[in-house]
Design a protein around this ligand. Sequence first.
Ligand code: MEV
Length: 387
Amino acid sequence: MVAVQDSGVEPRLNSRIEKFRDLSPADRLATVGDAARLGQADRDALRGGVLPLDLANGMIENVVGTFEIPLGVATNFTINGRDYLIPMAVEEPSVVAAANEKDRVLIGLGGGCREIEVQVFEETQVGPMVVLHLLVDVRDAMGANTVNTMAEAVAPMIERISGGTVRLRILSNLADLRLARARVRLTPKALATKEFTGERIVAGIVEACSLAIVDPYRAATHNKGIMNGIDPVVVATGNDWRAIEAGAHAWAARGGRYTSLSRWEIDAAGNLVGTLEMPMALGMVGGATKTHPAARAALKLLGVTTAQELAEVTVAVGLAQNMAALRALATEGIQRGHMALHARNIAIVAGASGANIDAVAKELAADHDVRVDRAREILLRLGKEEA
Ligand code: MEV
């Protein structure tokens, strides 16, 4: 599997692996492991189930477990003249399974195609185009397979009626008829901290949002903060985070200019009012949401009963995350809190384990000096004290 190079010391990797798809997972791992000259520890790590709870606990807050998703390797990539084997962790299968059946089930559940819309683009770089939208109620499914299957099924009929040629038959991730909305109202008192008055924080959040509304550079980061809340829920419930991301950013640019997904305003009583409305095509009945045991458990943990409820919860998390970021930005800045949370990671990188992770992290955060070399010093000192 390794192409030996002419005179170089390091043999170049060859990403072209015949019949890779036909191998068992163990054989695939052995093949890419040989090709990339991986040691046993790395092969074991790629096999999965290797994130210990104490390490996970050091990486993020409020840890209760770990979440695995399938890891595949894409072959046949030559980029800038160099071959790569590309690791990809994703939950989405490439096989469309039994989607016509799904249709019958969908209609039985009260869903199905509700309407048809037509858009004409008189001018494109290859001539005029007609786009036909099937508006489908997919109930509690994410719906991609259902919609794609319907699009393919109706294509011959559309060609007969129109006399044209149907080209792309695919869903749109700009699911602007599948919106979820969250709204929050907070009194200044609820927002006040030791260092800042509630009124100052309310004004700061509104100012920050005002900038994100007009400035696409700020909007991108503002919206990234929202997605910090949304993506983890989407991933944990086995949903397609690329679809959600694509829909979110297309929605943010729907007016022709990229803008903030959320709005923060002050009401007549001086309270802070935040709203977030965006496409949220989440499912609960198919794909990884059903096959991934942890996704099923996560849905049970959430206790949501419909995809719309899941969407609303997810958007609320996005709004809360946005508020937390703006509050920090409008006051002490993001780095203080961020680095304090990051301190556990830094402690682990410096070699801390067990109870020492917290001890080192605490000291780093208290000193506002979250650096690996400082963490090593603390670790060394703790080691001497324990000895
Ligand atoms: C960092 O992951 C997210 C933030 O940059 C979001 C924001 O700036 O609003 C803090």
